[in-house]
Design a protein around this ligand. Sequence first.
Ligand SMILES: C=CC1=C(C)c2cc3[nH]c(cc4nc(cc5[nH]c(cc1n2)c(C)c5CCC(=O)O)C(CCC(=O)O)=C4C)c(C)c3C=C
Ligand SMILES: [Fe+2]
Ligand SMILES: [Fe+2]
Length: 335
Amino acid sequence: MAQAETAILLVQLGTPDQPTEEAVRRYLRQFLSDRRVVDMNRLLWWPLLHGIILRSRPSKSAKLYKKIWRDDKTSPLLHYTRALQQEMARRFQGRHSSGVRVDFAMRYGNPGLRCKVGSLVREGVRRLLIVPLFPQYAGATVASVMDEVMRPMHIHRLMPTLRVMTPYYAQDAYIDALVASLEGVDLSEPDHRLLLSYHGLPKRHVDEGDPYENHCQTTTLLLTEELDLRHDQWMMSYQSRFGSEPWLEPNTDMLFKTLPSQGIKKLTVMCPGFAADCLETLEEISETGRQTFLKAGGSHFNYIPCLNDEPYWVDALEKMIEDEMHGWLHGPMSA
Ligand SMILES: C=CC1=C(C)c2cc3[nH]c(cc4nc(cc5[nH]c(cc1n2)c(C)c5CCC(=O)O)C(CCC(=O)O)=C4C)c(C)c3C=C
Ligand SMILES: [Fe+2]
Ligand SMILES: [Fe+2]
């Protein structure tokens, strides 16, 4: 078959190539140099980043990455993103006469987003659907992805037609997949809570108009309604705080430390904002968070894995992608 003219590009945040100090430094340098992530004045940020953070953090983070690295020598985030892409490619095979290609890229690290978009355009892709794997919109994630998607376009005369998948924080297909991942969880005991922990964001971003907090709250309300939970059966919080300015509250780690003394001894934790398990879920929540909660007097800690490449999530995402591709899967190519 000729090269596909329509492409679906799944985009994840990114991850180091290896769990080593050098690879983590390279990854963090790219990540933390992004103005969408840290928007501090460069004259103040540069000395902090290069003089302190990139000297101290990579060796500490590399040790944590080593704990979660997989036997197949990949990071969990890369493993699940690739598995999702392979399954989605299988599902879209033969769906258009000129072919539909499904690929994936990372905003930071490899395979790099800028390179991937450039090669898709060079290879003749004329319609491109970008699927940021972030259910809740944040400028630090989705807008940053779009900045990078546009960069290679500057050097090509013919730009493909671009679509970007709408943030799916309130889509039935996503909420239903989260419900499916909680199957068998019994929250009827009075000392048991469901904790929904989302990645944090500086509060200032929200004050300046970022809808992220609102999107997280909406996901939580739709999910807890769908599960028929009472208000005293669930809580939501924000994890992975970084830097010194105020971040969204309440902080997940603080809840792990204080909930047992308030009589909440059992916790089921899920991270609906993470499409795939990664350092922030497997290490920060399922390992360190578990230890913190049990040490503080908790008796039971149940971590629910992310949607990853679960078949019911592939079904859900396939449906949402089909909706976004309206008019693209049938009929002739336009200019
Ligand atoms: C100012 C710093 C950060 C902002 C803002 C931020 C937003 C943000 N991040 C994710 C998703 C992920 N972040 C991950 C790792 C990670 N995040 C930060 C900092 C900010 N994130 C750092 C420094 C790191 C690196 C890890 C470390 O050194 O501790 C990951 C995991 C990647 C992996 O390889 O496993 C994810 C996923 C979202 C969704 C978000 C905004 C809402
Ligand atoms: Fe992050
Ligand atoms: Fe973290």
